[in-house]
Write a protein that binds this ligand. Sequence first.
Ligand SMILES: *Cc1c(COP(=O)(O)O)cnc(C)c1O
Length: 360
Amino acid sequence: MNRVYNFSAGPAVLPEEVLKKAAEEMMDFQGSGMSINEMSHRSKAFDGVIETAEKDLRELLQIPENYKVLFLQGGASQQFAAVPMNLMKKKKAGYVLTGQWAKKAFQEAKLYGEAVALADSSDETYAYIPDCSDLPVTEDMDYVYICENNTIYGTKFHTLPDTKGKDLVADVSSCYLSEPVDICKYAVMYGGVQKNIGPAGLVISIIREDLITEDCLPGTPTMLKWKTQADNGSLYNTPNCWSIYICGLVFQWLKEQGGLAAMKTRNEEKAKILYDYLDGSKLFKGTVRKEDRSLMNVPFVTGDDALNDLFVKEATAAGLVSLKGHRSVGGMRASIYNAMPKAGVEKLVTFMEDFEKKHG
Ligand SMILES: *Cc1c(COP(=O)(O)O)cnc(C)c1O
């Protein structure tokens, strides 16, 4: 077996302990004589899986009683439509445009009502988070929307916007469970799990209870009404059982690691190793404003496309894989999610130092 250090933005690295446990249980899940992939989602065994997953997630994020946790399909992209369908009662909402995912959500919302761009950092290829201390939020808006960590550009809101009393909706796909958060500051928090939690095909939405009503936009599909999913404990139809199971194992792993405060410390340590090197390097350069840097996604460049390509190629040969940057930024991107060990980041930096000596 030859495991690599996998810097993929998503689907992404999972904890080895979790993969081993899943392998162990694959032929016989807890004495059932079958794998989790072969049993009814209405079985007692699966009930245990989804209930424990929710309980552990609630504990990790300290989710208050008045929030529902929904395990949904269609990825984060499906929620781009579900958000306006469930929330746009006055048919108007404000969006902060900090990258492609925020823009996609914005464009989707326009199908259902008036989506207003409150701020926009496209003038510098989204390399910063715009000032959100005095956004042009108006009384008639139903909510304010952000993409909290911008996977492609490597920026993160380190301070949440002043929504002027409006409900905040956040796509947290690529920073989910990377640090403690105060759920009460959000009306809706959701994310695809394939970045920082588990296997693709599951999105976890955490929604304040009073926002889950029958009063959706006309024509909202039954499946996209949060009420349908909440009333049925996320089991209105067959859910993504496999992903829910693996996420549950990841939640247990996170608890064993010391929870989200411990993850934050670790993630800060890992990111510091890489950013400190980038700040001192003459060859490599981070692409993001320092104060807006993400702990999870770190884009960097050399300024020479041929050298970037050579770097990615040689890194791959050295067991440091999926470092090619997103096509819209170019260069490289190291995604250093919860499951990336510190040793992986150290090995990457040592490799970069050697590369700089040769080519700098
Ligand atoms: C990957 C990503 C998405 C899209 O997720 P899907 O589950 O593929 O729909 C949306 N938002 C952010 C921030 C992402 O990183």
